[in-house]
Design a protein around this ligand. Structure first.
Ligand code: NAD
Length: 332
């Protein structure tokens, strides 16, 4: 039976990289029925909003979506569609694997890390205001409930994926209440997972260690702001944004999307690298239980990038968005 999946092309380079990804997934052996819905700045004039209700309805109905990047214009008045989606659908986990793909230029080899970022609270709750004219205040919110569910996700993920260790990342030495609560919750959750090693690291030390000894780490779980920063650091370890996939996951729904944005300067030029979106689709296929199709796509991506002949500009080649997709499909 076909899986019903919501497909959001997005804007900027979104439509091209999503189309390339859709062709790859359709050739993978998995049977997907795509429900295409539009969001983003290109539909503002028609709908009066960048996130029409039918987008949320479609994701709620199908439970799974593949999404292209969406522009958040600075000072335009509309809030980020990406943040709104995560909030509306309570997608409380942001999952970002960082895996070395031979052929992608990087200072490191053999990186295999996963950042599990809390997606709903911390300083991202946006509780911020001026205090008079010369001071500003932002409130960091950490709850036991949100900490528990994201940390539990990290342990369940580690178990399911055959990983050995979960590291809780924090700054509880200074932020004794907020990060203290996150760490305490981590210790409590870890007690239920004898088969997975548990440790904690202070976030600044974590950053240094990741740069010096990334092989010591495996799955890392952390609050929103640290997750934002550390996951970009990890993307840097494997060669950057062009190959960094992501997923936003809740209890009943998941939205898969690349980490990078809409790169407006390359929109419509058939230049952008679709690999991060294709690797996000690999995560999606696994989520759908289509492990064989996921492996097939992943191995073809590795083969095409490893050969280095039909790759996009950012990987040192001159192939277009559609060419690299063709190469992956032919390899499969
Ligand atoms: P960006 O990721 O779009 O671009 C950063 C740099 O990486 C640029 O030099 C770009 O050319 C390059 N790049 C990005 N993706 C690429 C790809 N697939 N292939 C080749 N090169 C690629 O970041 P930005 O310029 O800061 O953001 C542009 C817009 O995207 C902003 O409006 C931002 O808010 C939005 N954004 C959306 C999401 C999302 O939809 N989840 C995420 C991040 C940024």
């Amino acid at each position: 039976m076909a899986h019903d999946v919501t497909l959001i092309p997005g804007d900027g380079i979104g439509p091209e990289i999503v189309e390339a990804t859709r062709r790859v997934v359709d050739a993978s052996g998995a049977s997907i029925k795509w429900h295409v819905v539009d969001a983003g700045q290109d539909i503002m004039a028609e709908y009066g909003t960048p996130l029409p209700d039918n987008v949320l309805e479609s994701i709620r109905q199908n439970g799974v979506a593949l999404k292209g990047p969406i522009t958040t214009p600075v000072g335009s008045g509309f809030r980020s569609v990406n943040v709104a989606l995560r909030k509306e659908l309570d997608l409380y986990v942001n999952l970002r694997p960082a895996l070395t793909i031979p052929g992608v230029k990087s200072r490191y080899e053999g990186i295999d890390l996963v950042v599990v970022r809390e997606n709903t609270e911390d300083l991202y709750a946006g509780v911020e205001h001026m205090v008079g004219e010369d001071a500003a205040e932002s409130i960091k919110i950490i709850t036991r409930k949100a900490s528990e569910r994201v940390i539990r996700f990290a342990f369940e993920y580690a178990r399911r994926e055959g990983r050995r260790k979960v590291t809780v990342v924090h700054k509880a030495n200074i932020l004794k209440y907020t990060d203290g609560l996150f760490l305490e919750t981590g210790r409590q959750v870890a007690a239920g997972y004898d088969d997975i090693e548990f440790e904690d690291r202070i976030v600044d030390n974590m950053c240094m260690q990741l740069v010096q000894k990334p092989e010591l780490y495996d799955v890392m779980v952390m609050a929103n702001l640290y997750g934002d920063i550390v996951s970009d650091l990890c993307a840097g370890l494997v060669g950057g944004l062009g190959v960094a996939p992501g997923a936003n996951i809740g209890d009943n729904m998941a939205v898969f999307e690349p980490v990078h944005g809409s790169a407006p300067k390359y929109a419509g030029k058939n230049k952008a690298n679709p690999t991060a979106t294709i690797l996000s689709a690999v995560l999606m296929l696994k989520h759908l239980g289509e492990a064989e199709a996921a492996d097939r796509v992943f191995e073809a991506v590795r083969a095409v990038i490893g050969a280095g002949e039909r790759v996009t500009y950012d990987l040192g080649g001159d192939a277009g968005t559609s060419d690299i997709a063709d190469a992956i499909i032919e390899t499969m």
